[in-house]
Design a protein around this ligand. Structure first.
Ligand SMILES: C[S@@+](CC[C@H](N)C(=O)[O-])C[C@H]1O[C@@H](n2cnc3c(N)ncnc32)[C@H](O)[C@@H]1O
Length: 497
């Protein structure tokens, strides 16, 4: 395959000389074309987004972006993704703020594509925040069943929850725990993702200032933590299940050496599966580093180099656990108890107001997790009782205000099926709404619906909830923290993860 050579940026502080003199210089013999490698690292990264499959097809998103004057391009091996110019700030666009798409680096989208996910599997995402891969897994499971998204950082779990709510994810329970100590009582999983904390060398194109940090602390002591996480994943994976280990670094000490040590710790219990992708250029995992020879099966791992596909750098290994019949099956874990006695009444009320069809809420369950209101999740979502959940499902209806109000995430979920209290906005109104400004309805909009809370849409896509005042004014209730169009720093939106 012919590599896609990126264009050199004048603005990045990375230069071939500074890269050669940095700790990355030790990879000279690993890389097939050193000059192309450093040239790629000196260029900004293309923006990559994926279409939210519960809201829009990738073709539909592509048409929408093209109509906006953008130039979305398909992405090899990622049928749901689109590539855009590096300068594009996805998070500032309305279609991003309302959850039609998520920005995630191209190579970061590949682990989930290689997890062999099917609906019905129980999945643990050990190091999940800010949640790009969690959301991908959730949708690969059909937004049903049970996915546990864990992270050791509470602040990052909050950011993850925001992403999941914006995208309408209904099958995730979040936990905040050291995954290396994941409790046995949490049960076993069909699939486990260990997207490990790492030195992040492969993210240099997105974050050129990283080069200075690499100079200051060239050898990161992350290996023990990475081994502990992968070891625990092996223990918590069910026989016959799979573990995907990934990092965004080139460092063999955080990649093949970690996988080699864990394979050696569990002889006959796990094996590394051969991996391939139909179109992207990759190189096999290395089997020798600084004089240490590794097992030949390490060549099954995949390395992604920036100059091969015009991406960031990445490493992926997939381990499969032996399913021999003499392994004693573990008992099912105790499940978290959930429920709300008044749930049916609340759902009926919403259905009646917005004209939802009978039986609309079949397939969902409701849980009152806070005094503020109700969370909605897939009916078959069944998280373990331990470790304690930070949250389950989508916060969708505020019941502690008068009158009760669907949240923006809730409105985005059912609003497209609403046949009453719904207004289509034009472009100027849409932008005012997302900036949380008040604006005037047209006479036709005013005549279409009585005053009160209304679902607002643009091109048929739900933006959220607004308040149509008797005076005629429309007040935006779009959450400020979601208003990337005006608030959030762009970096928050093009995630490694
Ligand atoms: C590479 S990032 C994960 C990116 C994420 N998978 C995504 O796709 O958005 C690594 C994460 O591991 C978390 N982490 C570090 N040590 C951990 C531990 N012992 N247990 C759980 N999470 C940990 C960090 O807080 C960080 O959010």
């Amino acid at each position: 395959m012919r590599p896609n050579r990126p264009r050199r940026s004048e603005t990045t502080p990375c230069t071939p000389t500074s890269i050669g003199a940095s700790p990355l210089g030790r990879y000279r013999d690993l890389v097939d074309d050193w000059d192309a490698f450093v040239a790629a690292l000196c260029c900004p990264l293309p923006t990559c987004i994926w279409a939210n499959p519960t809201r829009i097809s990738v073709n539909g998103l592509s048409e929408l972006l093209t109509a906006q004057g953008l130039d979305p391009q398909p992405v090899s091996d990622l049928p749901n993704a689109l590539r855009l110019a590096p300068t594009l700030k996805a998070g500032r666009h309305w279609w991003y703020c309302v959850g039609l798409a998520h920005a995630q680096e191209e190579v970061s989208q590949l682990p989930v594509a290689l997890m062999d996910l099917t609906p019905g599997q129980k999945v643990l995402d050990m190091c999940a925040a800010p949640g790009g891969k969690t959301a991908q897994i959730a949708f690969a499971l059909g937004n049903r069943g049970t996915l546990i998204a864990n992270d050791i950082s509470f602040a990052r779990i909050k950011a993850l929850q925001g992403n999941l709510d914006r995208l309408g994810v209904l099958n995730v329970t979040t936990t905040c725990f050291d995954a290396a100590n994941w409790p046995t009582t949490g049960g076993q999983f069909d699939r486990i993702l260990v997207d490990a904390p790492c030195s992040g060398e492969g993210t240099l194109r997105r974050n050129p200032s990283l080069l200075q940090r690499l100079h200051r602390s060239p050898s990161t002591p992350l290996g023990p933590r990475q081994r502990a996480l992968l070891r625990k994943a092996v223990q918590r994976c069910r026989p016959g299940g799979r573990i995907l280990y990934s990092t965004c670094t080139f460092a063999p000490e955080e990649n093949e050496l970690v996988v080699a040590d864990i394979l050696a710790e569990f002889p006959g219990v796990i094996r590394s599966l051969p991996l391939s992708l139909p179109s992207l250029a990759t190189t096999p995992g290395i089997t020798e580093w600084e004089g240490r020879k590794l097992a030949p099966e390490l060549a099954h791992c995949l390395r992604f180099w920036p100059h091969h596909n015009d991406t960031g750098g990445f490493f992926i290994a997939v381990l499969e656990k032996d399913s021999s019949p003499d392994v004693e099956p573990e008992p099912q874990p105790e499940l978290a108890s959930m429920g709300d006695a008044d749930a049916a009444e609340w759902l009926e009320g919403l259905g009646a107001k917005y004209g939802l069809r009978a039986g609309y809420w079949d397939g969902y369950r409701v849980n009152r997790q806070t005094r503020r209101g109700l969370h909605l999740m897939a009916a078959d979502h069944a998280p373990p009782a331990l470790p304690r959940a930070e949250g389950s499902g989508l916060f969708f209806h505020r019941t502690n205000v008068r009158p009760p109000k669907p949240t923006t995430g809730g409105a985005m979920l059912f609003g497209r099926d609403a046949s009453r209290f719904r207004i289509e906005l034009n472009e100027a109104q849409r932008d005012a709404y997302l900036r949380r400004e008040n604006f005037d309805p047209t006479p036709a909009q005013r005549a279409a619906t009585p005053p009160g809370q209304v679902i607002v849409t643009h091109l048929g896509h739900v933006l959220g909830v607004a308040l149509l005042h008797r005076s005629g004014l429309i007040e935006s209730l779009f959450p400020t923290r979601w208003s990337g169009c005006t608030a959030a720093p762009e970096d928050a939106h093009q995630e490694h993860g």
